[in-house]
Design a protein. Structure first.
Length: 215
């Protein structure tokens, strides 16, 4: 089984963190990654997403894998990639919402900047998960700041995660940025909230989708 993770932005350190989280979730699976070097350094809002789509689609078209994961929480180019590919293509946002629903939990999303909120809310609505979503919250932290994972960043994210539980009634909180994937265990310990990391969720669901397609 071979999974390919495509990072739609051009920041290679994020790709490294994404791959580490995916491999930790599925240690027995061959998982590789590609960085969209033609994309913006970070995807923050619809304009950045639009800039990233051509590079994402080119990599999907050339993929040699049993399943492909688009590793941006905005699910950048997901519908176009699914139409293009002969193998299953998942997005980490899509996988997070589905995993929360499979667990029978009402979820909140904690993401980066407020500019990302409309895209995420539209995706949740389009994918049919609006009834399960308690809230979508912005931490106010840029994507590349999250990727650095400083103590201040972790404390701020844990604060927003706790608010999602206490103020919005979320049963689980979805980490709304691929850069949060390496921070999941620490943030869960700080907040006491069950967290869903879309990188790990997509790994498990991609294997299931690939197996179903093969069968």
């Amino acid at each position: 089984m071979r999974l390919l993770y495509i990072n739609p932005n051009a920041t290679a350190s994020m790709t490294d963190g994404i791959l580490a989280a995916a491999r930790a979730a599925l240690p027995g699976v061959e998982i590789t990654g590609e960085t969209n070097t033609e994309g913006p350094p970070a995807i923050e809002g619809p304009e950045d997403g639009d800039r990233a789509v051509p590079g994402v689609l080119a990599r999907v078209a050339a993929a040699k894998a049993d399943a492909v994961v688009i590793a941006c929480f905005d699910d950048t180019g997901l519908a176009e990639a699914q139409a293009l590919s002969s193998v299953p293509v998942l997005g980490i946002g899509q996988a997070s919402y589905l995993m929360a629903t499979l667990l029978g939990q009402r979820f909140s999303v904690v993401t980066s900047l407020a500019v990302s909120l409309p895209v995420i809310r539209e995706n949740i609505e389009t994918l049919g998960f609006a009834g399960n979503c308690a809230s979508v919250r912005a931490s106010g932290l840029p994507v590349l700041v999250i990727d650095e994972g400083s103590e201040e960043t972790r404390a701020r994210l844990a604060e927003e995660i706790t608010r999602a539980r206490d103020e919005d009634g979320a049963g689980v909180v979805v980490l709304g940025c691929a850069g949060m994937a390496p921070l999941r265990a620490d943030l869960e310990a700080r907040s006491g909230v069950t967290l869903i990391d879309g990188v790990a969720a997509s790994a498990h669901l991609a294997v299931a989708a690939a197996g179903f397609r093969a069968g």
